[in-house]
Write a protein that binds this ligand. Structure first.
Ligand code: NAD
Ligand code: UDP
Length: 341
């Protein structure tokens, strides 16, 4: 029987989760996936199994289904949990706040209850730079006061508080709230990647869909920000680097007490036009665009101070924007319709 530490991965069929399964496997962990497939395809799991040559267990379970979740936990007895599962579209969360609160908050509460019952007290949680609200001072450090500007962001903020509270009440808890900046790119095999349903909200999948001919042009939301070229600046992080940050966070849990929040970014900002030019170079295709009004709720600039991740996790990003675009493009070109193709 394998002695690899078992890690429960909620939302493991999704974009970041599927990449993290590979990083976990490579680092000698035995991941077990729980996902309700609300925003994912079983093909992602099949492809991860093919890439890793590992029979990664998969359970189609909704986190809010306590008895089913308990059964999975009793069967596999994980030592730790990486909690990706949740709904993540900002605009949708404004239109359907109760759906977001129900899914993200109740799902997490049920998960924590089941894990406590099984005495599994190690948790890495997918938080987001969205918890910095519209903070202006850059780079963003973990000490910037937290706030939220939409229901999605409020679920992230509330779950961070939840984890601090459970860790204060039960000293065996160790939690790492990883605050992701802008995850992009794909596994270099081109076998797994981001597969948004419907019209992509985020810049990178929209750009690759234009490049592959699925959409006529990109709309650039504002070119009158006070940034070097007028377009919005973000800290894009390669999903493979992000996946490795989860492995580093798991390994660091025993040396922390309670709960820690850690930024996961490169520390470098790129503008919309820079990303567009980098994708043109990666794909060898012209990417038409039109300038549109600013998108409500967008900040001009956001980038991380990633020094705490380096200090606490011994982690830093390795991929630059060129690699992010090359890998995102390989995935899109090989899978023009995503997993459905
Ligand atoms: P994703 O939608 O691809 O993955 C989330 C997965 O969770 C999906 O596979 C979905 O089916 C599953 N899921 C949702 N609700 C569930 C429930 N109640 N029970 C079981 N499974 C459920 O999203 P992603 O981009 O991989 O993001 C993963 C996490 O990282 C999310 O929590 C997201 O909020 C957070 N995050 C993402 C980004 C980003 O830009 N992608 C940025 C910051 C934070
Ligand atoms: N953006 C854009 N057109 C799009 C999608 C995004 O110009 O179709 C811009 C957006 O205004 C922001 C940047 O690209 O400046 C990154 O947006 P994304 O939604 O990917 O990330 P977030 O705004 O959540 O950081």
């Amino acid at each position: 029987m394998s002695t690899a530490p078992v890690v429960l991965v909620t939302g493991g069929a999704g974009y970041i989760g599927s990449h993290t399964l590979i990083a976990l496997h490579e680092a000698g962990y035995a991941p077990v996936v729980v996902d309700n497939l609300d925003n994912a395809s079983l093909r992602a799991i099949e492809r991860v199994r093919a890439l890793t040559q590992a029979q990664i267990p998969f359970h189609q379970v909704d986190l809010r289904d306590g008895p089913a979740l308990s059964q999975v936990v009793a069967q596999h007895q994980p030592q730790a949990c990486i909690h990706f599962a949740g709904l993540k579209a900002v605009g949708e969360s404004v239109a359907q706040p109760l759906r977001y609160y129900h899914n993200n908050l109740l799902g997490t509460m049920e998960l924590l209850r089941v894990l406590e019952e099984a005495e599994c007290f190690h948790m890495v949680f997918s938080s987001s730079a969205t918890v910095y609200g519209d903070a202006q001072e850059m780079p963003l450090t973990e000490d910037v006061p937290l706030s939220a500007t939409n229901p999605y962001g409020r679920t992230k903020l509330f779950i961070e508080h939840m984890l601090f509270d459970v860790a204060a009440a039960q000293k065996r808890w160790r939690c790492m709230n990883l605050r992701y900046f802008n995850p992009v790119g794909a596994h270099p095999s081109g076998q797994i990647g981001e597969d948004p349903s419907g019209i992509p909200n985020n810049l990178m999948p929209f750009i690759t869909q234009v490049a592959v001919g699925r959409r006529p042009h990109l709309q650039i939301f504002g070119d009158d920000y006070s940034t070097p070229d007028g377009t919005g600046v973000r800290d894009y992080i390669h999903v493979v680097d992000l996946a490795k940050a989860h492995v580093a966070a798991l390994a660091a849990l025993p040396k922390i007490t309670g709960c820690e929040a850690v930024n996961v970014g490169t520390g470098r900002g790129s503008s919309v036009l820079e990303v567009l030019r980098a994708m043109e170079a990666a794909s060898g295709r012209a990417i038409p665009y039109q300038v549109a009004p600013r998108r409500a709720g967008d900040v001009a600039v956001s980038y991380a101070d990633p020094s705490k991740a380096q200090r606490l996790l011994g982690w830093q990003a390795e991929h630059d924007l060129t690699a992010m675009c090359q890998d995102a493009w390989r995935w899109q070109e090989q899978n023009p319709q995503g997993y459905a193709g």
